[in-house]
Design a protein around this ligand. Structure first.
Ligand code: TXA
Ligand code: MG
Length: 306
């Protein structure tokens, strides 16, 4: 677990490990990914087993900015508008797939999730490797996503061949996922790029995101630490609950930031720290339901779900 030799900043080495069928932890601007070559069936199978993720939960295909995106998916007018405005960047587009996208990436679906990340080391890696990369978040299924190379080492240890260290992630929450498979766009997972921004880019009103999600693995408990997460609507409420817990001798911590950028950056770190510090209850203060706050609320609510 403390084998730091597994961590490197050598992009050429990381690229050759992938080209030889290996799996690696890779940085992106959102969270660290567990990368494999998309069209290497055995490597992708290892990604699923390493994460402990059901193969019915499809993976995001990560492309280099130089790649011809139409080779991988069918982009309608809105998808092209979003791709042009927001790539490279923290947004994933769900589009109908082309025939080069393997079933083992999409779980046999006729759609594919595609993203061009903006992290410079990720772009460097994507332009060096021989093919597209799949990269789910580099955590065990259902657990807290990693935002630093050390998190990947801690979670996956010997199960990855290498971890490419690109420093702490700039955003700290996964990409926004937008379903562009029909004219009515739908946000499947909120992120830094908000529905309001997507509406601005496309000139369309987005479909309501209430109701069952069209992305598998979205509605269940997720992003969860071992500690019990309890949602609070204000810092005052968290403090009152904290005092009551303390009286009962229950170890707790409060997570909260007024600044949404800081909150997004630290929320997974704070959830992990709760486990490291063997805290029993995390009192998580919900931020405003606006901007980046929407994504933070989404992750906290799932971390609190049983
Ligand atoms: O920011 C991110 O998107 C990170 C970094 C590493 O790029 N990746 C990430 O991947 O969060 P993952 O696998 O943890 O989450 C991807 C989500 C999954 O919930 C999956 O079900 C959904 O995207 N998804 C992928 N392909 C899909 C498809 N064809 N149809 C519906 N949902 C899909
Ligand atoms: Mg994930």
């Amino acid at each position: 677990m403390t084998d730091l030799s597994r961590i490197t900043r050598d992009v050429a080495l990381a690229s050759s490990v992938l080209d030889n069928g290996g799996i690696i932890g890779m940085p992106t601007e959102t969270v660290y990914g567990l990368a494999a070559l998309a069209r290497n069936e055995r490597a992708v199978a290892r990604v699923f087993t390493t994460k402990g993720r059901p193969t019915s939960h499809p993976l995001i295909v990560h492309l280099s900015p130089e790649e011809k995106i139409e080779q991988w998916g069918v982009f309608n007018e809105s998808a092209i508008a979003i791709a042009t405005a927001a790539w490279p960047g923290p947004i994933t587009l769900l589009v109908p797939r082309t025939s080069i996208v393997p079933d083992w990436v999409t779980g046999g679906r006729d759609t594919v999730a595609i993203r061009i990340p903006s992290h410079l080391m990720a772009i460097d890696l994507l332009s060096k490797v021989s093919d597209a990369i799949v990269a789910p978040s580099a955590n065990r299924f259902g657990h807290v996503s990693p935002t630093r190379a050390e998190h990947v080492l801690h979670d996956l240890g010997d199960d990855v061949d290498l971890i490419l260290d690109g420093g702490p992630c700039e955003i700290g929450l996964e990409s926004t996922i937008v379903d562009c498979t029909s004219e009515a766009l739908q946000i499947l997972r909120p992120g830094k790029i908000t529905a309001v921004r997507i509406a601005e880019i496309t000139g369309l009103t987005l479909a309501n995101t209430d109701g069952p999600s069209r992305a598998p693995g979205m509605m269940i408990s997720h992003y969860a630490p071992r500690a019990h997460v309890e949602l609070c609507t204000s810092l005052d409420e968290a403090r009152v609950k904290g005092t009551a817990l303390k009286e009962k001798g229950i170890a707790y911590t409060i997570i909260h930031h007024d600044d949404l950028t800081k909150y997004a950056l630290s929320v997974y770190d704070d959830l992990r720290a709760a486990d490291v510090n063997q805290v029993t209850v995390v009192l998580a203060v919900l931020p405003v339901d606006d901007g980046l706050g929407i994504a933070i609320r989404d992750r906290l609510s799932k971390a609190a779900a049983h």
